[in-house]
Ligand binder design. Structure first.
Ligand code: APR
Length: 238
């Protein structure tokens, strides 16, 4: 028998203690900016420089940030479980902590893509993406981010992973943004669900065990618990 399958579904809260702001908390990014000014296709058409500046700030912060104890505990779960991380985050902190399979539902801040062909994706060297920065096809590059009103191309794959999971760990997301938030409804009835968040979850999350803590405390504690009950020896143990 293979290892139990565990999916981590993460949001901005997992990176909060790495110094990256969440969106909807009291001092969150959507208090400071209007979504329709910086994170929609219309905003990009109206004022691309403003949109680029918003994401340049995000990128500079990500480059300066370090993974925290929650990212590391999630990476450590791979010794006991087959782990897939499905994240709404655009930072690369799960990868830098050592997670090997990370699916980014809402894009990646360190990548840019062509405005002529969405399949042309390139790394951004350094913190800024400028008007005039062109893709190999010659068109303007845009941030590789899924904006409000755009399709979420990785959604089907993410739903498939959640469907196959024996355990789902939801961490640091307000579950306000769809379709991402609907992922939890793809979990099979016999699977276990855990939620790590200092705030109470939406009412329909009643079946989840709630670890009402910050990610840096709750995720390592939950990881310890899951390792103890996993019933499988850690990978690499003789
Ligand atoms: N540890 C764990 N959770 C935390 C912490 C922390 N230290 N601090 C805050 N949180 C929780 C909040 O209680 C909230 O439930 O993280 C959640 C953050 O919610 P949002 O700001 O709405 O972030 P998220 O759910 O990731 O947003 C989804 O919205 O704007 C878009 O595209 C953006 O991917 C993002 C999407």
């Amino acid at each position: 028998m293979g290892r139990p399958r565990l999916v981590v579904f993460s949001g901005a809260g997992v990176s909060a203690e790495s110094g990256l702001k969440t969106f909807r908390d009291a001092d969150g990014l959507w208090e400071e900016y209007r979504i329709e000014d910086v994170a929609t296709p219309d905003a990009w058409r109206r004022d691309p420089a403003k949109v680029l500046h918003f994401y340049d700030l995000r990128r500079a912060q990500v480059l300066a940030a370090q993974p925290n104890a929650a990212h590391r505990a999630i990476a450590g779960l791979e010794r006991w479980f087959h782990v897939d991380v499905v994240t709404q985050n655009i930072d690369d902190l799960h990868e830098r902590a050592g997670s090997s399979r990370v699916l980014h539902l809402h894009g990646e801040i360190l990548l840019a893509r062509s405005t002529a062909d969405a399949s042309v994706v390139v790394p951004i060297n350094g913190p800024t993406l400028r008007l005039g920065d062109r893709c190999p096809l010659g068109s303007q590059l845009r941030p590789h981010i899924v904006w409000f009103g755009e399709q979420v191309p990785m959604m089907d794959r993410a739903a498939e992973l959640v469907q196959q999971a024996d355990i789902l760990v939801v961490v640091g997301t307000s579950l306000q943004v769809y379709p991402a938030a609907s992922l939890v409804h793809h979990l099979s009835r016999k699977a276990d669900m855990h939620l790590v968040d200092p705030q109470d979850p939406p009412a329909d999350m009643g079946r989840a065990t709630h670890w009402k803590q910050k990610a840096v405390e709750g995720v390592p504690a939950l990881a310890d618990h899951l390792m103890r009950i996993s019933g499988t020896p850690p990978r690499g143990a003789s």
